[in-house]
Design a protein around this ligand. Structure first.
Ligand SMILES: [Zn+2]
Length: 449
């Protein structure tokens, strides 16, 4: 039997597999439970740093940061000699320059920072003559020019049907203002209204429907506690289903993927990632949540190994990555693992226990090959978070960004899709393209093992 022709990809930011699996069959997730009864439910590994701009870029392009070049929520732009900040917090955005941070987040990430070698699902599908749509998804680069509804942003290229926090909209939908009350769920309420509008009109072949409020709540309340927000996410998904006349009609028309971009773990301690480097010349630290990049910004800076060794005995730093010639080095508690890429694969030399986290070898190699990553990249230890540029953190709540399993593993629910459940977030875009008979771009590094 031929499956449904179109596809809806739902991304619920920060939803952990444990939270989804525990809530299926309960009153918090009636729509997701009904979908799950017809679905394959699996788990996939995210990319590193496991932070939203990096993860959504990986979902959109099917590539790690070596190709899509988005290294973190905050990073040093070597070409422009300045920090890029995608909104770790309001304080961090203000510290980086509010106008600049807004522009980087809403326009610059897609128009300038997202790697030229990367191809987004929106670009690949549009090139194949298919109609693409996205709601609030921040890695949106596509082929259709859209003018903003506010004067200061300038036009961007997105999917054909592009709806982005009232700032860009392909058509008038009557959806409410997204930022009127974020804590009460107005961002996802906007997404839900636009999603229903799109499904009612059957106005796309591929829809990427992004819900961000669950992550926002989990940062405040801690992982696996935001059941009320998950219920709102479920209602938003239920709204799409109803707009197609119920589950049978919905699944006749669409294959469905529901997934998350990263997990969350509890924050019990906060560190200033720049502190161990305060006496080092020409050294800059870009830190946020549970990952940090250390950059050599001038000739006076110590070499990468010396910078990495500064973090020996630092309780907040678990895995410290750097490059030494053509070898990638991972350091943890004084033990080391060297990774050397060869034509046959990746050769490991040293203590393999240094990188025992999910898909860690591929993720470590990928971030070290990212042209915008630091000379040293730090994955935080369990329970630790790095304060951002504005000094903000989520002590007592939740965070993510590290290689650790809790930050890195996401649920994936698939209905009407051929083949096994995706094992990595970078497997999703190729699966979407395969669904439409479109060939995926040939990136070298997806998974090392
Ligand atoms: Zn987050």
């Amino acid at each position: 039997m031929k499956g449904p022709a179109k596809l809806v990809l739902v991304v619920i930011d920060g939803l952990t597999p444990t939270m989804l699996e525990a809530s299926l069959g309960t009153s918090s997730t009636p729509a997701l439970t009904a979908l799950a009864e017809r679905a394959t439910l699996g788990r996939a590994t995210s990319t590193f740093p496991s932070l939203t701009p990096v993860c959504l870029s990986s979902i959109a392009t099917g590539a790690h940061p070596d190709v899509h070049e988005i290294p973190h929520l905050v990073w040093w732009h070597r070409g422009e000699g300045r920090l890029v900040e995608y909104g770790s917090s309001f304080g961090a955005a203000r510290a980086a320059g509010l106008g600049r941070a807004l522009r980087d987040t809403l326009v610059g990430m897609n128009a300038e920072h997202l790697g030229a070698r990367a191809v987004t699902v929106f670009e690949a599908l549009a090139d194949a003559g298919l109609r693409t749509a996205a709601v609030n998804f921040t890695a949106y680069r596509g082929r259709t020019l859209h003018r903003p509804s506010v004067p200061f942003l300038g036009p961007v290229r997105g999917p054909e049907q592009f709806f982005f926090y009232n700032l860009f909209r392909a058509e008038r939908t009557g959806a409410p203002l997204s930022f009127r009350n974020r804590a009460r769920g107005s961002v996802d309420a906007y997404a839900a209204a636009v999603g229903r509008w799109l499904v009612t009109r059957d106005g796309f072949d591929f829809l990427l429907f992004y819900l961000s409020d669950y992550d926002y709540a989990s940062h405040a309340e801690g992982p696996d506690t935001a059941a009320a927000v998950l219920l709102r996410c479920d209602e938003a998904v239920g709204g799409l289903v109803e707009a197609a006349g119920g589950l049978d009609g919905f699944l006749e028309r669409y294959a469905v993927i529901v997934m998350s971009d990263h997990g969350q773990t509890a924050v019990r301690n906060v560190a200033r990632a720049a502190e161990p480097f305060r006496h080092e010349p020409d050294t800059l630290v870009a830190a946020s949540n549970r990952a940090a990049h250390v950059y050599r910004t001038g000739a006076g800076a110590p070499d990468a190994r010396r910078l990495a060794e500064r973090l020996d005995g630092e309780p907040s730093a678990e895995v410290v990555l750097f490059r030494e010639g053509d070898v990638a080095v991972a350091r943890r508690d004084g033990a080391e693992l060297a990774l050397r890429a060869t034509a046959a694969g990746v050769e490991l030399d040293g203590d393999a226990g240094v990188l025992d986290q999910p898909d860690a070898v591929a993720r470590a190699l990928a971030v070290l090959r990212c042209p915008n990553a630091g000379d040293v990249v730090v994955s935080a230890a369990a329970g630790w978070e790095f304060a951002d540029l504005g000094g903000k953190h989520h002590l007592g709540g939740g965070s993510h960004g590290s290689l650790e399993e809790g930050d890195s593993v996401v649920p994936v629910l698939t209905v009407g899709l051929d083949g096994a459940s995706p094992g990595s977030v970078v497997d999703v875009a190729p699966r979407v393209l395969a669904h439409f008979g479109v060939e995926a771009p040939p990136y070298a590094l997806r998974r090392a093992a």
